[in-house]
Design a protein around this ligand. Structure first.
Ligand SMILES: [Zn+2]
Length: 102
């Protein structure tokens, strides 16, 4: 069998709802279930696991949840000021960060 969230083959997984998870993914999925429960959203573990799988294995795509509100507002204002789309601003910021990393 394999982990529903990362696709790694596993001898024995931990079952959460209908999902089978490896030890690495188990806490991640559980945290997401908890977050959704608090937000009043559906908490099907298999749906969440498959979503994590897609995000991990879709090259060049990444869905970022729960961006701190103030950071997001600041980013939106800056994008407007510079005449950039949010996508352009995010990619520019990421590139600048990577260029500066020692
Ligand atoms: Zn896994």
């Amino acid at each position: 069998m394999m982990c529903d969230a990362c696709g790694k083959p596993i001898k024995s997984g931990t079952g959460v709802g209908r999902a089978i998870l490896c030890r690495t993914c188990f806490p991640d999925v559980l945290a997401e279930v908890e977050r959704r429960r608090e937000a009043g959203e559906p908490t099907d573990a298999l749906t969440i696991a498959r979503q994590i799988f897609r995000e991990t294995h879709s090259a060049g795509s990444y869905l970022l949840r729960d961006i701190p509100e103030q950071l997001w507002i600041t980013a939106k204002h800056r994008a407007v000021d510079e005449g950039l789309s949010l996508r352009e601003l995010i990619l520019k910021a990421l590139q600048a960060y990577l260029n500066n990393t020692p």
